[in-house]
Design a protein around this ligand. Structure first.
Ligand code: ADP
Ligand code: MG
Length: 681
């Protein structure tokens, strides 16, 4: 039943409406029947009436009730889209692609027909597309060119509880677009905000006290379990829970385990496969173990959305990328560690810190919700109910814990000039905003008008048209000046792509290391990337060559496609496509134009101090410069784990610093080589 409420925050009641399915041979009939069994479908008429009546609505319904896949179809079927179309935002690309694929199947069209998707570096849409799933970042980019979002009559902000930066900006933008379209007497813009778990009161009050609709009931039962006692080692408890399930459940029941990051997941996969090997092979079923995280090549990510294997149990170890929105076929069990890796920006140091943190209750419900989508499911949280009760209700808005320079650039390019007073649902910290503005001023992407207002510069406007970090887009912009547009394009593409070096474990490891060494450049990691890209190109994108050299073929192909797109954007931005492949100095000078604030200086004690904040940092062991002692190095980022490591490092000459950013280095003096500075002046 559909109820309207003003102020409830619900987080799932786990009741069972007890519907079961019979298999029908006809696929489309079967899909239709599945659709009709969803709780949302039962309230379709009521829901459509509300949606027709109000310009803005909030819809809360339990995980699996059919919000994401059904509501966009309702809008289409009931002619609510009029002449426009609907875009549904998704917090992650796997979600956008997999959900679009499902809805296209239900509608009975090809992807890119009536139903399509749009994610960074990849789009499947056509003139026919009326229902489009997109990452929030992509919709934001569209808003840059068209702040009134004229091609849409509906914007659905899905999984709104996640509060990604992009979603938060979109809130302000769609709200404003709706108001202005109304004032100008244009076709109205309808807004729908959806989630299973959200602070409805807060959202409603932000969206001018719009109604909150609650679709009750769930199709399948979810059995929720907590541990009796606190666990010391969450990875271990996850593994032993999987073993238990594996011994008891039928082979077709898939298990989805939520851990925190790539390394932990790779290790857990390895440990799991060893455990299974040691288990009694007579009584033990085979197991197919799959990792799932954002830096995994896309085709491997999408593999888990295929039908599960028949004679093996599928166990997926995932980060929170599978936490919301998605339906993974065959998953009947979820094992939740209660942890996630969260990127946090520290405005006083400028560092991004990755830390394993406790998730929120909303995320725990979402995780549990990944089971019980196609049939009854079970979730094991590897922590106590008391611990659950102590978790915060909602994740903290990402905007409160991130580098905001991209955000500010985006705001400015969609016409928000007074960034400091933008209609944020939760205002970012003042110091973080100022820091971001400072970085953009340094990059000369923005300038301050005498009125104090910020204005995008010509460069800034160009930079905003690239879907990458402003530091990287600045480098591309400076390519022509240093006659190396092609080279920096390759490097930036490599930086935007996924890991290309593959390092096997065991005996082959040192063979791989030796091969990689051959590709290494003495200047550092950036030029090594260039060398690898060029060698790949020279091999004519040869798969066997990649294999021989322990390089990931797919990732390199993907990087090639990123490069192609960035290259098209360069041409659009009017950049001259020049090349100087033998001038390694100029390439690094060019890199410095975007990253001069990421320079560290070697100290007499052989440790590095960053110039920006005088923090200690070491070169990460994965760098080709590990164990080398250049006086000055450029780094991509410093990640604080137990130690502070600089990732992706190249050596630079001190005089370049003054050449590239004289203003900056007047205030951030380099110490050991003060003499150089004096000479240069
Ligand atoms: P919600 O957004 O409310 O969490 P969805 O609309 O994503 O729910 O999904 C509703 C239901 O549709 C799922 O519980 C599942 O039964 C079915 N479904 C969705 N996607 C798929 C898929 N890819 N494969 C099989 N069933 C799916
Ligand atoms: Mg959903």
């Amino acid at each position: 039943k559909l109820t309207q409420s003003g102020n409830t925050c619900i987080n799932g009641t786990y009741t069972n409406n007890g519907k079961s399915l019979k298999t029908l041979s006809d696929k489309s009939k079967e899909l239709m029947k599945q659709r009709k069994g969803l709780p949302i479908y039962e309230v379709k008429k009521d829901l459509v009436n509300y949606l027709r009546k109000n310009e803005t609505n909030i819809l809360i319904g339990e995980t699996g009730s059919g919000k994401t896949t059904q509501v966009p179809q309702f809008l289409h079927e009931e002619a609510l889209l009029k002449n426009g179309s609907v875009v549904i935002t998704q917090p992650r690309r796997v979600a956008a692609i997999s959900v679009a694929t499902r809805v296209a199947e239900e509608v009975g069209c090809n992807l890119g027909g009536l139903v399509g998707y749009s994610v960074r570096f990849e789009e499947m849409v056509s003139d026919k597309t009326r229902i489009k799933f997109a990452t929030d970042g992509m919709v934001l980019r569209e808003a840059m060119l068209d702040p009134l979002l004229k091609r849409y009559s509906w914007v659905v902000l899905d999984e709104a509880h996640e509060r990604t930066i992009n979603t938060d900006i979109l809130f302000g933008i769609v709200k404003k677009a709706q108001r202005i379209r109304k004032e100008k007497g244009k076709e109205p813009l309808h807004i729908l905000i959806m989630s299973a778990t959200m602070n409805a009161e807060k959202f409603s009050s932000y969206f001018n006290d719009c109604p909150v609709l609650m679709a009750e009931g769930r199709e399948h039962k979810l059995d929720i379990n907590f541990t009796n006692e606190k666990q010391d080692d969450y990875v271990l408890s996850c593994l032993s829970t999987v073993v238990q399930i594996h011994q008891e459940a039928p082979v077709s029941d898939g298990i989805l385990v939520f851990l925190t990051g790539q390394e932990e997941i790779d290790n857990a996969c390895l440990a799991m496969s060893k455990i299974v090997k040691r288990m009694d092979s007579q009584n033990c079923l085979a197991m197919k173990i799959c990792p799932l995280y954002a830096s995994l090549p896309q085709h491997l990510q999408m593999d888990v959305f295929q039908a599960p294997p028949l004679k093996e149990r599928r166990v997926i170890f995932s980060t929170n990328i599978a936490e919301a929105s998605v339906t993974i076929p065959g998953i009947r069990y979820v094992v939740d560690s209660g942890k996630a890796k969260i990127r946090t920006f520290n405005p006083s140091t400028g560092f991004d810190v990755l830390k394993v943190r406790q998730i929120s209750q909303a995320q725990a419900w979402q995780r549990a919700g990944r089971a019980g989508r196609e049939a009854n499911g079970t979730c094991y949280h590897t922590y106590t109910e008391a611990q659950f009760e102590k978790m915060t209700m909602m994740p903290s808005p990402e905007i409160h814990r991130s580098n905001l320079s991209t955000v500010v650039l985006q705001l400015l390019s969609v016409g928000v000039t007074d960034v400091m007073s933008f209609d944020f649902m939760d205002r970012p910290r003042q110091d973080s905003l100022l820091k971001a503005i400072e970085q953009l001023l340094l990059l000369e992407a923005v300038k301050k008008l005498p009125s104090g207002e910020l204005q995008l510069t010509e460069d800034g406007r160009k930079m905003a048209s690239f879907p990458i970090d402003p530091r990287y887009s600045k480098i591309l912009l400076m390519g022509p000046k240093y006659k190396c547009t092609h080279e920096v394009l390759s490097i930036v593409s490599m930086l935007s792509g996924e890991q290309v070096l593959t390092t096997p474990s065991g005996k082959m490891r040192h063979v791989a290391v030796a091969k990689h060494k051959k590709l290494a450049s003495v200047e550092g990691d950036h030029l090594t990337m260039l060398k690898i890209y060029q060698a790949f190109k020279a091999s004519k994108q040869n798969k066997a060559w990649c294999h021989e050299n322990f390089l990931n073929y797919r990732n390199l192909v993907y990087i090639t496609s990123i490069r192609k797109q960035l290259s098209e954007l360069c041409v659009k931005a009017g950049l001259e496509m020049l090349s100087s492949s033998d001038n390694m100095d100029d390439i690094r000078r060019c890199l410095l134009t975007g990253m001069f604030m990421n320079v560290a200086e070697l100290q007499p004690d052989r440790k590095y101090l960053t110039l920006a904040h005088h923090d200690q940092a070491q070169i990460h062991p994965s760098s080709v410069l590990f164990n080398s002692h250049s006086s000055y190095v450029l780094y991509n980022e410093v990640i604080h784990t137990a130690n502070s490591y600089m990732h992706c490092v190249s050596w630079v000459a001190p005089e370049w610093l003054y050449e590239v950013a004289p203003e900056y280095f007047r205030t951030h003096h380099i110490k050991a080589n003060a003499a150089v500075y004096a000479k240069k002046k």
